[in-house]
Write a protein that binds this ligand. Sequence first.
Ligand SMILES: *Cc1c(COP(=O)(O)O)cnc(C)c1O
Length: 411
Amino acid sequence: MSELEKKSFNVREIREEFPALRQQIYGKNLIYFDNGATSQKPQMVLNAINLFYSKENANIHRGVHYMSQKATTEYEAARQRIQHYIGARKSEEIIFTKGTTDSINLVAFSFGQLLSSGDEILISAMEHHSNIVPWQMLCERQGCILKVAPINQRGELIMEEFERLLSPKTKLVSITHISNTLGTVNPVKEIIQKAHAVGAKVLIDGAQSIQHMHINVKELDCDFYVFSSHKVFGPTGIGVLYGKEDLLDRMPPYQGGGDMISRVTFERTTYNELPFKFEAGTPHIAGGICLGKAFEFLESIDMEAAERHERELANYAEGMLDTFEGLQIIGEAKNKTSVVSFSVKGIHPFDIGTLLDKQGIAVRTGHHCTQPLMDFYGIPGTVRASFAFYNTKEEIDTFVQAVERSLSMLR
Ligand SMILES: *Cc1c(COP(=O)(O)O)cnc(C)c1O
């Protein structure tokens, strides 16, 4: 499949593929620890963006001319590459969307049309706003009921409570695979089995998992899996909704327009088959093709080694930060990865983030689109360092020293 052979995991070599990492910010070598918000892009993705708009730009699925057919072939090849990477049965099960948020809204609207008053949607207390608000809107529209499974202080889902909230009334469980704020890895396989046992479908928010671990939707047996291209080394403005074919077949279209139809008359319109039924209008063609490139890049990475490396980074950083007076790590799940969130008594996260920025270090501060989770911990926000496989232990050393320096300046 891949042009690149799978290589043994080597951070130095991987970093060479990412030109953004070679910059200086305020005269300091950039340390990019905001991968939870978006990841940097490898050279082959950058080249593909340039190539597409320089030479291959054409609309797809409708042209008879050479360029249109070439663009169509590449766009559909990207879909197939993603299908194979995540282990979907058919390429029809891969719907291109604008990203995670768009994918969840599609499901909330379209799968939501199949629900009725009193049906329940179950989420968790650690969800991103984009996995909360679309369900609240569905409940408003259709009288469904939103239930929220609680977490413990370590930031782990309380499985007994989750099971207690599951019932034959539960039509959908929608849950994040990995928390963007805490780094908690949820036991999604077990969650899926338990949900299926009561007849509920399951949507996995994979916005934080596909870039960190090997994903196989067939093994997981999830009904939907969603993610954003920009967090998995591809361009912004595109993402994926994986759905099981029989389910997608039963769901009505989300948006109407070109490409999603089979035949239009003013009296009656019939819809196109999957995946086009859910892809109204001219899509983000370059985005789809370049997301395919990002997956080609991922195929060259030993993801198990990458995951081990990222966990080592997080453990290493936490071990040192934990010794700082007044500093509290937020999110101490037994199974966690690649995210270190913390708050410091008496100091606003924003002030720490600003001082780190001046030292060339990019972190995120604030509520990370998880306000209910911040309310649970009773804090306004955290400082979050989130790692990708291209980050290094040396960067962590510099980061920890910079945090120490920042705290002494703010005290
Ligand atoms: C980033 C993120 C989202 C939203 O992704 P968008 O790319 O902004 O649509 C949803 N869930 C989680 C867990 C995220 O990290």
